[in-house]
Design a binder for this molecule. Structure first.
Ligand SMILES: Nc1nc2c(ncn2[C@@H]2O[C@H](COP(=O)(O)OP(=O)(O)OP(=O)(O)O)[C@@H](O)[C@H]2O)c(=O)[nH]1
Length: 335
């Protein structure tokens, strides 16, 4: 997906001799605040955020620049113990996220026991080798007197468990604690070289991908309990209509038909809601977000389909960008 700056000028700019870049994997357990961090640094709501665990299902490159430094954040699904096929593939996405990263940001939630989160991370990552890692202690706005916590002792223990850990930073994306500081540290850490994304892209994923994400995000927000985890969104049709003569670019209409897949017929009834109220609300909310992304009007058609055990179906998982085998879709060059 691209930002609005002119392509040719940007291609020249990305070759500038003063350019620097860094690839940063954003890792941690479900719900620790990975996507919130990415969106904060990006300055836009690109990655989906909900209060439910396991919202992010794909590794997503999110790109921003500070002066001549390009920072590529790789948002990843939360790592967790699992035997289920879908969850195994989510873990695989996170493992691929560290592949080729110059730096890992390992997020641990200050409102939960922190050492346990690190132990789980090491176990679920199934690797003994990591790039340089910084621990980000998240959600400090929710911890009274966090400054009095014995974090240097915790850091010593963490470094014993994982020697790649170089430093720890307390942050909050709610009140901005240390976010400016973190950006500066990332810029300092970047190495001289051309930008990975010189064409103005803000992500390696396209608008079609984010359309499914925003529909799923709204469904996650609006539906209760366990249902969201048995739900997926696939696009059936995505058509950009050219503006008619006299119409401005901003009036461009996209026609999107998408299906919300559920596992059982009873779930279909919940997603449709009484008199279609729930699906209508999911549609209205996600359409607004997609319109903000594409900068034009969107006509969104949503259907709910029962697709039993879709989360074990290889074809559907592949369509959702979750291949079985280790299969990196990196677009950057190695240094
Ligand atoms: N109070 C507070 N809440 C936060 C902060 N960062 C994230 N949250 C909340 O924590 C919840 C999870 O945030 P996400 O950014 O979706 O977490 P994630 O790690 O990407 O989650 P997964 O996609 O499940 O792996 C959301 O309700 C956020 O609003 C923070 O700094 N302070």
């Amino acid at each position: 997906m691209k930002n609005t700056q002119k392509g040719a000028q940007m291609l020249i700019e990305h070759q500038h001799p003063d350019n620097k870049s860094i690839m940063v994997a954003v890792l941690g357990a479900p719900n620790v605040g990975k996507s919130s961090l990415v969106n904060y640094l990006l300055g836009m709501d690109l990655s989906v955020v909900t209060n439910k665990a396991q919202t992010t299902r794909n590794k997503i490159h999110c790109v921003f620049t500070v002066d001549r430094t390009e920072i590529v954040l790789v948002d990843t699904p939360g790592l967790h113990k699992t035997n289920q096929e879908l969850n195994k593939r989510l873990n695989e996405q996170a493992r691929e996220g560290v592949d080729g990263a110059d730096l890992n940001l390992l997020l641990v939630d200050l409102t939960r026991p922190v050492l346990g989160q690190l132990e789980d991370f090491k176990e679920n990552m199934e690797s003994d080798k990591f790039a340089k890692t910084w621990v980000l202690f998240t959600k400090c706005d929710r911890v009274e007197n966090y400054k009095e916590l014995p974090l240097s002792l915790v850091m010593d223990k963490m470094q014993e468990l994982m020697p790649e850990i170089e430093k720890g930073i307390v942050i909050s994306t709610k009140d901005g604690t240390n976010m400016h500081n973190l950006t500066g540290l990332l810029v300092d850490e970047a190495a001289p070289g051309p930008h990975y994304y010189g064409d103005g892209s803000v992500s390696n994923k396209n608008e079609r991908f984010f359309a499914t994400e925003y529909i799923r995000e709204q469904a996650f927000e609006l539906l209760n309990a366990e249902l969201p985890y048995e739900l997926a969104v696939v696009i059936d049709e995505y058509k950009d209509m050219k503006p008619k003569r006299g119409e401005t670019e901003t009036k461009v209409k996209s026609h999107i038909s998408a299906s919300i897949l559920v596992n059982r017929p009873s779930q279909r009834a919940i997603v449709v809601g009484s008199k279609g109220g729930m699906i209508k609300e999911i549609g209205t909310r996600s359409r607004k977000k997609i319109e903000a992304m594409v900068g034009g009007q969107v006509h969104l058609n949503l259907h709910v389909k029962v697709s039993p055990k879709w989360f074990k179906n290889n074809n559907i998982l592949e369509e959702l960008g979750l291949p079985r085998a280790k299969n990196s879709n990196r677009v950057w060059r190695s240094r």
